[in-house]
Every structure is written in structure tokens, then in C-alpha cells.
Write a protein that binds this ligand. Structure first.
Ligand code: CU
Length: 147
């Protein structure tokens, strides 16, 4: 065997571990949240009746808020799920649409305007890449009645 041929062989063998690593990219981009991290909706309260436009305040304990893109341990940013029945894929960046609202600036409250009727609200913390934590930090889902 020439030296050239054995180099190719060594290269092929060296590539093998990379294939597995690539499949695992998504979980490698996930972050671990502190075990005692909790997210909750301060207001409105579950079952509240609210006006068409109302303020939602986000509560967080056991971890901190950082803007999207800032990779700082034990921090994340809020995502508000509005009228979401089944959770999005919790191993990938959360989608961004009228039902999944990102607060990538590090906001801890917002003002919503919703049509009259019953609506559900739930908070999900995402890491700097908008991916939920390995141990998901998710609030209780509340229901509000919009007048
Ligand atoms: Cu986000």
C-alpha cells in the first residue's frame, strides 16, 4: 500500500464519528436550565375577564432573562403561546407566528389585543437560539375571557 492510499483510508475512518455528531446538532444547541427555574404568568390570573386590549406580565424565578442571541448560562427569553393546543417541538427553535410570540429583547410584559371569547396563554422559556430548555421551563396554561 502506498502512503497516499493509506492517507485516504485514515481520512474515511476519521469521518465516521462526525456523521453521528451532525445528527445530534439540535440537542447540542439545547441548554440546561437550573432545576428550580420556574416561569409563570403574574397577570392576568387564570379565569380572569379582561378587556380587548390587556397587559400580560411574565414572572420568572431561579433563572435570568437575557436577549436572544446572548449565550449566557442560566438565562433565556420569554415566548408567549396564545391559543396553542399542542406544544411545538421542544427540541428545536420555537416557531414565530401570531400564536408563538418571541420576546427576544428580554421583555417581561406585553400588551395583547385579542378578539372576544376564551383564549389560553402559556409561557415557554427559550435559550439564546429560541430552543426550549432540556428540562423545559413552561408555565401553567391559563384561560382568560376577553370581553
Ligand atoms: Cu425566541
Amino acid at each position: 500500500m502506498t502512503a497516499y492510499k493509506s492517507l485516504i483510508l485514515a481520512g474515511a475512518l476519521a469521518l465516521a464519528p462526525f456523521v453521528n455528531a451532525a445528527e445530534d446538532t439540535s440537542s447540542q444547541m439545547m441548554s440546561e436550565a437550573p432545576a428550580d427555574a420556574k416561569v409563570y404568568i403574574i397577570s392576568p390570573k387564570d379565569g380572569d375577564t379582561v378587556g380587548k386590549t390587556f397587559k400580560v406580565q411574565f414572572g420568572l424565578s431561579g433563572m435570568g432573562v437575557a436577549p436572544a442571541g446572548v449565550d449566557k448560562k442560566n438565562t433565556g427569553h420569554h415566548h408567549l403561546l396564545i391559543d396553542v393546543d399542542s406544544m411545538p417541538d421542544m427540541t428545536k427553535p420555537l416557531p414565530s407566528n401570531e400564536h408563538v410570540v418571541h420576546f427576544g429583547g428580554g421583555q417581561t410584559e406585553t400588551e395583547l389585543t385579542l378578539p372576544p371569547g376564551k383564549h389560553t396563554l402559556q409561557l415557554v422559556m427559550g435559550n439564546y437560539l429560541h430552543i426550549p430548555f432540556k428540562n423545559p421551563v413552561v408555565s401553567k396554561k391559563i384561560t382568560v375571557n376577553v370581553e
